[in-house]
Ligand binder design. Structure first.
Ligand SMILES: [Fe+2]
Ligand SMILES: [Fe+2]
Length: 167
């Protein structure tokens, strides 16, 4: 009985993580399109790369949920903000990633407490990648704050946007 309850708790944490990942995917996809639209192609590519990593996380959580007999959620846990300036965007992204780090730390501990070391390890592995995302977005934001337009100029172009030149 206690074991079944523990499994339910683990599935809930996995679905919380999955909902967080879905929010991140939608956020970064939206930012990717906005950045491409304003020709900040190199930053757009970096954001797209992170979106793809979040998709893998969402899938990893879903696979584990299915393995445990649960049902993976398809609902993101927050709305998507659009139309932000680049510094605002980066600040929001760092906040989103920090929330994921805090959540997955808690989740890893909860799964450990429930005796599910495999799920705890999954959260720890993904957690490390989210810390990488905090650094990535944080570093770009820092460079931008320090060097402004000069740094922004280095983020322009570089995107493989075939077929997008018909403006
Ligand atoms: Fe993620
Ligand atoms: Fe992330």
């Amino acid at each position: 009985m206690a074991q079944a309850q523990g499994k339910q708790t683990v599935i809930e944490w996995l679905n919380r993580g999955r909902a967080r990942e879905l929010t991140a995917i939608l956020t970064y996809m939206a930012q990717h399109y906005e950045l491409e639209d304003t020709d900040v192609g190199k930053l757009a590519d970096a954001v797209k790369e992170v979106a793809i990593q979040e998709m893998k996380h969402a899938e990893d959580f879903a696979e584990r949920i299915l393995y445990l007999g649960g049902e993976p959620t398809s609902q993101p846990d927050a709305g998507i903000k659009k139309g932000m300036s680049i510094p605002e965007m980066l600040e929001a992204d760092v906040a989103l990633e920090r929330q994921a780090v805090a959540m997955y730390n808690q989740a890893a501990q909860a799964c450990e407490d429930a005796g599910d070391h495999t799920t705890a390890e999954l959260f720890i592995r993904i957690l490390a990648e989210e810390e990488g995302h905090v650094d990535l977005f944080g570093n770009i934001g820092d460079h931008l704050a320090r060097h402004g337009e000069a740094y922004l100029a280095t983020l322009i172009g570089g995107s493989a946007d075939e077929g997008a030149s018909a403006e």
